[in-house]
Structures are given as C-alpha cells and as structure tokens.
Design a protein around this ligand. Structure first.
Ligand SMILES: C[S@@+](CC[C@H](N)C(=O)[O-])C[C@H]1O[C@@H](n2cnc3c(N)ncnc32)[C@H](O)[C@@H]1O
Length: 414
C-alpha cells in the first residue's frame, strides 16, 4: 500500500498552503511498511485528518544503536519529552520488534518507560503516569537487530477508526483497507469518466460508505479525536481552521454508490453505519442475493470482499445447494489494531460452486461492468473462469490477499 499512501500524502501536501514560507508537508518517501515525510505541526494535523490509507502518523524522535536494555533506557532518557507533552498526561509505550536479540520485550518496554519517567522528573520535578488502557499519549518503540526507533504517536486510536462504526457485522473490512481497495481499483469519482460503484456483498457497508466519503470529499477524521490533541504541538485555533476548511469542501457526489447483501441484518447495520457516517443520502443499500441481483446501473464498477470463512458463509441461493461443510475459507473478527489470527485458504467444492455461479450471473447480466474482488484464494480466477486484469497484493489483517480485477463481457442470458 506504500505507493498509494505516498501518492495520497502528496495530494494532502499539495492542498496544504505554505505558512510563513514553510511547507507543512514535504520530502515524501515511500519505504517498506510506511511512508516518511518532513512535516510541521500543521502538516501532522492535516495528515491525521485527511489520510484514508495510513494506520497512524508517528513523529520519529530518535534512532539509536542498542545492545542491552540499559542502552534503551539511555536512548529514552536522552529525549526531553517534556518539550512534547506535560507530565499531567498519562502515557504508554507500544513496542514492536523485529530480529531483536533481547529476551524479554516486556522488560525492554519497562526500561524505556523508566528512561522517560526519570528524565521527566529531572526536568520538571514531576512524572507522567502510565495508563495501559486509555493513555493520552502513546510512545512507539521499534526494535531492530541493533537499532531502536522511538516515535510519538500523533493519531491515538488507529486511523481506520473513523468514529462512526458501531455495527460491525461479523467480518468488516478496516476502513483503511476499503480505501486502499478503492485506490487500487482505479475508481475515481472526480475523473473524466466517473463510474457508479456497487458492492453486492456489502456487509456492514464499509466499502460503500468509504466510497461515498471520498466522492463527497468528507475527510475521514472529521468525526474523531486524535492523539496530537494532547501534545504541545497542538494549536487549537489552527486545528479549527483546518477542520473548517475541510468541511467547506464537502460536496454532493456526482456518482451513484450502491450496496446490497443477502442478510437483511447486515443491510440494517450498513444503513445505520451510513447514517452515523453522514453518508446515508449518498449510498443506496438493499437486501438481495448477489447471485440474483440485477445491475443497479447500465455500467460501473463492482468492488467487494466476497464471503469466505467460518463466520461469513455464503448465503442466498447457494445455501440450499451446499451439503456437508458449511464453510468457506476462514475469516476473522477485527482486533483493535488487529493482526493476529489464522487463515485457512483451502479450496473447496462450495467455494468453486459459489464463484462459478456468481461469474455466470455477472456474464449474463453485468456486461460492460468491471468486478474487483479481494480474496485470499489464489484459485479465484479459475472458479470465475475469468482472466484477471491485475492482481494487487494486500493484507486483510494477517491474511494475505489479492485484489483482482476482471472485465465482464456480456454473454447471452441463459
Ligand atoms: C466478508 S463479508 C463482507 C464484509 C464487508 N465488506 C464489511 O466491511 O462489512 C461478506 C458478506 O457477504 C454476504 N453474503 C454471503 N453470501 C451472499 C450472497 N449470496 N449474496 C449477497 N451477499 C452475500 C454476507 O452476508 C457478508 O455480509
């Protein structure tokens, strides 16, 4: 996703006016697992408000060599964090590690915490409290084999939490992944040829709601709070102005956006989510079996993560047709930042039958449409009996998937 994120950050940077000749965001470089940029406080606020693809916006404070836990303590102590936040704010250390030689990551985090607290005491005579559950400030420590990177998290809750979701269904996509799918399939509601968008297995409505937010220029962070509000860089007047500028750009989409699901309970969830997201007027949601629903427009783009997994079985017509095993490939409920689960991407007769029937329906009725499906199943093109235009690797949590696009060419209806 890094190239898509870098392009998005460039768009956010281009839209940000220079203040006192300083560019709020510059020098954007895609790396592995993230994109770096140079930014001031205004840039940090803009990235948090406008990025649909980033999980978090971190400020890198230091990169230091280490061998022992004492080196980590020293790296944390060297930071004068009272310049960044007051001792009245609670904090937490989030630690990740790759190839670290240290035996206990808990102990490593503890030593970093000690370094932070001791330095605060030395500088201010006070220490901030640790709050593991609801910290106001989060510090990120990433341990490589011999280097530690300490960063301040300016987002707080991860950015896929847009602030509107209450009804999740069983396997909702993260909003950031839905946005990445929309970027990767090339759907552009502001391009010369804006296409209607349709998710025929919409579940809780993530793709349709995200699409409507994009098409209406509604900023993803408009309804939520951010970690930077507890940092000294926070400038409430400037933040207010940035939010007002974003709100004044909101427009009515020029394209229609549709969603449907065989489960009426899901459609109900999606409707409520759309209402909370302020998108209810711009998405049309209905019940119905994807194997039977007719196209909602003459041509357009379908984007979906079709049913797979223990929790999310195929419904509608196919339910009766199946016997014995009731399941498709495993899916999982979302965790907070969510990256632990297992996936069974095994093939099955049921999988093949559902997708073959879906492709037959599409070929009969959706000629001229494009369909983009996110799936962990490498056999999907052969079940659909279609050749993919493109395969884009993406992770749905820990599950490696491909977003695959197909041109649907009209055949005679049976
Ligand atoms: C993996 S979930 C999609 C999740 C969705 N993208 C979201 O963010 O909530 C798959 C959805 O397909 C629906 N489904 C299963 N069989 C279907 C069928 N035959 N026609 C339409 N929808 C179906 C399920 O009810 C489920 O909501």
């Amino acid at each position: 996703m890094e190239p898509y994120l870098a392009a998005e950050m460039q768009r956010i940077a281009d839209a940000a006016p220079a203040v006192a000749y300083a560019l709020p965001i510059s020098r954007i470089t895609a790396g592995r697992g993230g994109v770096t940029a140079q930014a001031n406080g205004l840039g940090v606020m803009r990235l948090n408000l406008h990025s649909r693809l980033a999980q978090r916006v971190l400020i890198e404070l230091t990169r230091a060599p280490y061998r022992t836990e004492d080196d980590l303590y020293a790296a944390a102590y060297a930071l004068r964090l009272s310049d960044w936040f007051s001792p009245a704010e609670s904090f937490r250390i989030d630690l990740t590690a790759r190839f670290s030689p240290l035996k206990s990551l808990n102990f490593a985090a503890l030593r970093i915490k000690d370094g932070v607290v001791d330095r605060f005491r030395a500088d201010t005579g006070q220490r901030p409290n640790v709050d593991r559950d609801r910290p106001l400030v989060r510090l990120h420590a990433h341990l490589e084999a011999d280097q530690v990177v300490l960063s301040l998290d300016t987002s707080g809750e991860p950015l896929f939490k847009r602030g509107w979701r209450e009804d999740t269904g069983d396997a909702p996509l993260k909003e950031t992944l839905a946005a990445a799918m929309l970027a990767a399939c090339g759907w552009d509601p502001f391009g010369p040829n804006p296409m209607p968008l349709y998710d025929p297995c919409c579940g809780s409505g993530t793709i349709a709601i995200e699409a409507a937010a994009i098409a209406s220029r509604t900023p993803p962070g408009a309804q939520r709070r951010f970690g930077f509000e507890h940092l000294r860089l926070h400038d409430p007047a400037a933040w207010d102005a940035i939010k007002k500028e974003a709100a004044s750009a909101v427009c009515t989409p020029v394209v229609a956006i549709y969603g449907s699901d065989v489960s009426h309970r899901m459609v109900d969830f999606a409707q409520r989510n759309a209402q909370r997201a302020g998108m209810a007027d711009w998405v049309q949601l209905r019940g119905g079996d994807a194997l039977q629903r007719m196209p909602p427009a003459e041509h357009g783009l379908m984007l979906l993560n079709p049913p797979y997994g223990e929790r999310i079985g195929v419904g509608g017509q196919m339910r009766g047709a199946r016997s014995g095993r009731e399941r498709f490939v495993h899916d999982r409920p979302p965790a907070d930042d969510g990256d632990e689960s297992s996936a069974d991407t095994g093939d099955s007769a049921e999988t093949a039958a559902f997708f073959t029937a879906l492709a037959a329906h599409w070929k009969a009725h959706f000629g001229g449409w494009q369909a983009w499906l996110l799936s962990p199943d490498a056999q999907l093109p052969s079940h659909l009996r279609l050749k993919p235009l493109k395969r884009v690797p993406m992770f749905n949590g820990p599950i490696e998937c491909r977003l695959m696009g197909f041109d649907l060419v009209a055949r005679n209806a049976p």
